[in-house]
Design a binder for this molecule. Structure first.
Ligand SMILES: *Cc1c(COP(=O)(O)O)cnc(C)c1O
Length: 385
């Protein structure tokens, strides 16, 4: 929503005046209202198509009996569970209303006017939004060139070279959304070692569960002990299937966690969300089943798309950034009319010739592939034979 002439705009802070709101994937109900189509397939927000663990649902339901009370504002049980899961002190765990909340806490604690926030081109949009909202200067560095093994992925050397005395935070997504590209443990270690200790490094691992099999990939929780300026962010929204409950967390040194806690909204994670997250952690079989489904369906999608003559960016996540050419916007709209929601990544993401598609259930992926094939047959989607 944006109002063309908004008197109050002049009253907002300069960062907010220039801010564009985050564009989420289109909700199913919205497409139903707008187009009157039913039987909609949403492959637009990288949610787990299997849903959450039944144990998490049961725990959330049970917790509803207590919602006249405020939640445990310190998240004692959840932080204990996460600390055990990561073999780390609970004092290093900051709970968030989604991992998005952690990104905002970092921005509020460490950024502001006169301070610089670094991130790569095509990086997750919230880094720029959270930084700009608090008045920081955005420093976007070039991504890897097309002939790189990870085209459009983060170029850590460029990010390092852009660090100045005013840089307070750099944001890295591994793997990155919307590209799907990832960084190797070796590249990250070199970067961490080269970044001054007075720069907070955010390592956003929203898709870590899916990424662990990617060549060279290593999850970052262990690095928190070695780099006191590192904040690793995690979420229950993706592989754990709890996007609607809003729960995530940060892992960092106790010193950085203390600062994040100062700007954390009181009671930021609800009672059902805390209960569901604790239960979800105990059901690693569900996570593994979800990761395995993703692996199989990702391979199948790539087989069919490759046979169609399409190409995509390398992905360690549960989504593909697919090159569909200069008519990406029309193709997005045409897919909507067939009841298939994917994600446009032009605009701020600067991936004008791509669409991002989440890996769904087999029948959902079939719907997407069939819709895409029909657009090819109509000549809207041009493919090289
Ligand atoms: C989805 C996503 C998140 C977080 O979402 P939350 O639901 O707020 O946890 C964070 N980073 C990236 C790169 C994502 O794709």
């Amino acid at each position: 929503m944006s109002l063309s002439s908004n008197f109050f705009c002049d009253l907002a802070t300069p960062g907010v005046q220039a801010l564009q709101p985050y564009q989420p994937g289109k909700p199913i109900e919205e497409l139903q209202r707008e187009f009157g189509v039913s039987d909609i397939v949403k492959l637009a927000s990288n949610e787990n198509p299997l849903g959450p663990s039944p144990k998490a649902v049961a725990a959330a339901q049970e917790a509803l009996a207590e919602i006249h009370r405020y939640p445990d504002g310190n998240g004692y049980l959840l932080r204990q569970a996460l600390a055990a899961h990561h073999d780390i002190d609970p004092i290093c765990v900051t709970m968030g209303s989604g991992s998005n909340d952690l990104l905002e806490m970092v921005a509020r604690a460490f950024l502001g006017p006169g301070r610089e926030a670094g991130f790569a081109r095509h990086a997750f949009a919230i880094y720029a939004i959270a930084s700009q909202a608090v008045g920081a200067t955005l420093v976007q560095t070039p991504a890897n060139p097309p002939d790189h093994a990870q085209p459009c992925g983060h170029d850590l050397d460029a990010m390092q070279a852009a660090i100045t005395a005013n840089t307070r935070v750099v944001f890295i997504a591994n793997p990155n959304n919307p590209t799907g590209t990832w960084l190797t443990a070796e590249e990250l270690e070199r970067f961490f070692a080269s970044v001054p200790r007075d720069v907070i490094i955010v390592l956003d691992e929203a898709y870590v569960e899916y990424a662990e099999a990617a060549p060279g990939y290593r999850q970052g929780a262990d690095w928190v002990r070695r780099y006191p300026n590192l904040v690793v962010t995690r979420t229950f929204s993706k592989a754990y299937g709890l996007a609607g409950l809003r729960v995530g967390y940060g892992l960092s040194s106790p010193e950085v966690a203390d600062l994040l806690d100062r700007v954390r909204m009181p009671f930021n994670v609800s009672i059902p969300a805390q209960a569901a997250a604790i239960a979800a952690l105990t059901d690693q079989v569900h996570v593994q089943t979800s990761v395995e489904l993703n692996r199989k369906e990702m391979a199948r999608l790539q087989d069919v798309l490759g046979a169609m003559g399409l190409s995509w960016l390398p992905s360690a996540g549960n989504f593909l950034c697919l090159r569909v050419g200069p008519r990406a916007g029309d193709i997005y709209q045409a897919l909507l009319r067939q009841g298939v929601i994917v994600r446009p990544v032009g605009g701020g993401y600067q991936l004008d010739e791509f669409l991002r598609v989440s890996v769904g259930l087999p029948r959902e992926n079939d719907r997407f592939l069939a819709a895409l094939a029909s657009l090819r047959d109509q000549g809207l989607l041009e493919v090289s034979p």
